[in-house]
Design a protein around this ligand. Sequence first.
Ligand SMILES: [Zn+2]
Length: 154
Amino acid sequence: MSRKTLRVSKIKNGTVIDHITGGHALDVIKILGITGHVDGVVTVAINVPSKKLDTKDMVKIEGRELKAEEVDKIALLAPHATINIVRNYKVVDKQRVKLPSVIREIVRCANPACISNSKEPVQPTFYVDSEEPLRIRCHYCGYIMEKQDVLKQF
Ligand SMILES: [Zn+2]
């Protein structure tokens, strides 16, 4: 068993988020709403040497499988991440996150005057101009949001 496999499969049940861009693990923790008051073990590894990226971060969450919406949010801030679902020490599902070219619902426009922030029944919609660094553009008002604007909402 390779060292990498060993690292990933150490938890019994849960999710291992691997290949997070170095330094972004804490953003991922924030997106997932993990605080000091969770049940189960959460392990964070920061600046692990990586072949694919210079350094990478990893987050292991015992006893929790991520929902599709949570995976989409992670794609916004860690576009190279892989999500491994672990059951009984085995990786049963492995997928790379994918940032769609159009993002709906998961973020709101940071422009308070935008129609998507009014009471109109308008679905927030953004176009991805750049994945890294993140730049998304509002369909309605053209406002451009960057990583920090998005992070504030989680
Ligand atoms: Zn807008």
